[in-house]
Design a protein around this ligand. Structure first.
Ligand code: CTP
Ligand code: ZN
Length: 160
């Protein structure tokens, strides 16, 4: 009998319909799920693979969301955490669309300004935060209201 010396590989089940977010920065998949804020009132099957071996980048995470096609507005928010991610839309087991993530020029609402005195952090009448992308790698944003610069580390902390 032949002895197979192939490395054991972890295979995650292919999905029939939905969205596969692939090439996520290793160990960042839970941040992504937080950003997407999947509705709690629906039953959504989500599979997460963390820190798996990838051809190009060494290690990566994968998130598979069944029966849901994620729209581009949601996707671009993922760019804050996983700039190299790709989005695959699956229908009837086939990848019908593959997109790279695009870092938006403006980011609204999902992150907070780190300046306590910023108008967006006022307790009485808080207004929705808004940032402009200044640099992409490493990521730097500027608050639209108080001009404070927000760096990559500050952003990641908010999703922990
Ligand atoms: N996938 C899935 N279910 C399917 C089809 C694909 O879960 N029915 C997943 C694959 O496991 C992979 C991703 O969707 O993680 C993209 O699939 P595919 O384009 O076939 O893989 P690659 O060619 O390796 O993708 P890339 O070139 O983006 O690395
Ligand atoms: Zn601010």
């Amino acid at each position: 009998m032949a002895v197979h010396k192939m490395k054991p590989e972890l295979k995650i089940k292919a999905i029939e319909n939905g969205t596969v977010i692939d090439h996520i920065t290793a160990n960042k998949s839970l941040h992504i799920l937080k950003i997407l804020g999947l509705p709690q009132d629906e039953i959504v099957n989500v599979t997460v693979a963390m820190n798996v071996v990838s051809r190009e980048t060494g290690r990566k995470d994968i998130v598979k969301i069944e029966n849901r096609e994620i729209d581009s507005k949601e996707l671009n928010q993922i760019a804050l955490i996983a700039p190299k991610a790709t989005i695959n839309i699956i229908r009837n087991y086939e990848v019908i669309k593959k997109d790279k993530i695009i870092l938006p020029k403006q980011i609204t609402s999902i992150i907070k300004c780190t300046n306590d005195k910023c108008i967006t952090n006022f307790e009485s009448e808080p207004i929705t935060s808004k940032f402009h992308t200044i640099e992409s790698q490493p990521l730097v944003l500027r608050c639209h209201y108080c001009e404070k610069l927000i760096k990559n580390e500050d952003i990641e902390k908010q999703f922990e």
